[in-house]
Design a protein around this ligand. Sequence first.
Ligand code: CUK
Ligand code: CUA
Length: 868
Amino acid sequence: MATHLSKLTSLILGTSLMATVASAAIGGELQKVMKARGLTENDIIHAAKTYTPSGGRDEFIVFSSGGQSGQIIVYGVPSMKILKYIAVFTPEPWQGYGYDEDSKKILAQGKIRGKSITWGDTHHPALSETKGVYDGKWLIINDKANPRLAVIDLNDFETKQIVVNPVFKSEHGGSFFTPNSKHILEACQYAAPYDNNYHPIEEYKETYRGGVTVWSFDPKIGRIKPKDSFTIEMPPYMQDLSDAGKGASFGWGFTNSFNTEMYTGGIEVGMPPFEAGMSRNDTDFLHVYNWKKLYQLSKNKKNVKVVNGMKVIPMSVAVANNALFLIPEPKSPHGVDVSPDGEYITICGKLDTHASVFKWSKIKKLIDNHEYAGKDPYGIPILDMKKSLHGQVELGLGPLHNQYGKDWKNGEIYTSLYVDSQIVKWNYKTLKVLDKVNVHYNVGHLCSMEGKSADPQGEYVISLNKLAIDRFNPVGPLHPQNHQLIDIRGKKMDLLYDMPIPLGEPHQAVAIRASKLHPEVRYKMGTNPKTGKMHVGKTLAGQEKIVRKGNKVYIYGTLVRSHINPERVTVNKGDTVIFYLTNLERAEDETHGFTVDNYNVHGSLEPGETVELKFKADREGVFPYYCTEFCSALHLEMMGYLMVKDPNKKYVSAQKLKMKKMSKAELKAEYEKTVAVNNATDAVIQSVVKFLKENHYEKYPTVKALVEDALDQYGKIAEQKKKADEAVKKGDYEKAILFENMIWQYMVKTADVGIRAKDLLVKKVATKQSPAAAAGERAFGEGGCGGCHVIGKVSSGPDLTGVLLRHENAEKWVKDFIMNPASKYNDPYVKSMIDYFNLKMPNQHMSEEEVKNIIEYLKWVDENANLF
Ligand code: CUK
Ligand code: CUA
């Protein structure tokens, strides 16, 4: 009745009046929150621009280097919610990375000269491209400290390959995909001899070398092909950041440098330090090279020499083939960024206040006409800087990196200013500065959305700051990094949000539109994710076994809610134990973890995955093993024992003490009790099932998936029931009780998922809450009403469903009662309730506004009474 009445009222009053009332309610609430938290209107706008409600999705996904952590950080924009750390060069226990055999093999690919290296200094992630546009398939990243590249598959966000550069001793200008992802450019950093021998520093110019490695990449399978790759020998100029040409400049690469002085330091022998000697010249060199031509040349043996298994094209060969040039650029440059059409190349010098914009067509003309300004000491032709430049523009102090905006065709570009702690928006065509925004503090890279691809998406720029200083709650002398989100949709840049990054110092980050990513939620049963193939240890339900071969013990096991099969494994001290474990789950997010206590192994088994754990059972004893992910209500029971016996020892039985046994009658009684509990549990399940069916769960895919998962568990009951009944027939009540218990376990699992499905369904089918009702639900919770009243249930206070139908002039009655409960303690109905619950409704000192909203909420409850 109340429901119909309120619907009628809204019809008569018209919805606009209702909306005004509702927004006034919110306004009041909002003002209160703003006041309490000291927020300005601008703060609220920024919050609204970034806030992503529970369950919401982001428009962009960012892959940020994890700096010294050797990992990659994944987060969403605009929410800035961290979604994942991808293990790359460093062991990561949660994902089992470095603790199971298959991931150990990936990490072992990164060994350098036989040595394991368990960290990395990640700098520049890059997304694979098709025709210069991000395709969402592969991600690569470099390690500056140990010259390596890693390939991550965006189908499951896992590292699949690590490749070591065998001639460089460090690298920085990596990794950059060419527009069809057939090649990856990786430039050296600190020049060093290509071979692994000692060469005195006095022979720096003769024996130390820089260079760029052009790795071949197969974008179909996502693997680097080292045998098809080669390195372009370059002078020991400390090559730095690089970029691959595209469009007009496709086939060419650009790499800058910062020690054309070839200074070799020597503080300890009284020389000025590196920093002084390396910035003596007014200009350094931009290296311009035709990697496409050189790639063809590298296929002919006579053009290359092989060092440490890597094909190297000597400078002389590159020069003779018109494939390597130098252009002076302002001293100590850092970022070099090719425009989306490949025509402009923007370079920033850390020690120069200008950005220099080079024009490809001008460079190309000089190359085609063999018009050189001179040659460097190694015979490489130098092109005239002025004749190559489109122009220069003064941006501010310490410009580092550039990113293009959506309107790049008209010159939109953003540059980070390290010393000024600013992001500057300018025009690389007209060379005009347009806007600046302060960041906190000392920005390194910046990241616009798809801003280095051929199709920049605009909208946001992230400032990857090196220092946080005072931006967050203090956590000791080591501060988090600070990534700041900036809205670039308006004329003025608008700083929206600070996000602390507590995992190393990120350098570059790349962003991709989220709709381009389609990661899997499960693997094909028995997959080895590191190879993508079926695992040799794949084990299906019913195939579990333990096989001994000499002193190797192979356990073919499975994990499914909530047991590990097998549950007991006995081996001899000194045996090598190999666990092959398969997660039989198909349900989304049903990951199981696995460890054997004290043996330093851990696997993360995503649905369908098989992992291998291997160790030597070198200590006698009893070692529990268990599932490390809280995967179901019976997660704690998901365990087993590894028992390690010393074959040279005699063990005396401890079974002297005879335990008192239950009588048959007692067992029978317990059996009947167990059956009764199961029947009662089943009745609850049936009521949930009825609810789900009546409300057409099959219409909602996410609910349907949960229901199927629940019914899958329920389906396993019949077999257990048969076993229980057989045991009863044989008079073995002990066993029957255990099987009945197993039935109960399946029921709990069914109920666990089923109730989740029900909650989800309720949200889908319930009528939409008005803003006032939503505010009322909040007030109900915050006011402590839920302590005694549970909607749909009699708790320590009466169920409030239908409360507005129980009293005459109910809204007023309820309002008066909440505002002044004592006034109704003598009302006969209230009196009987006080007697029944042995509690008096207390005065919670709610405001009139709150009470009004609570009544709206109670109306919504009544509208949906059938759902609770
Ligand atoms: S580098 Cu760190 S701020 Cu390694 Cu790209 Cu410029
Ligand atoms: Cu599986 Cu916990």
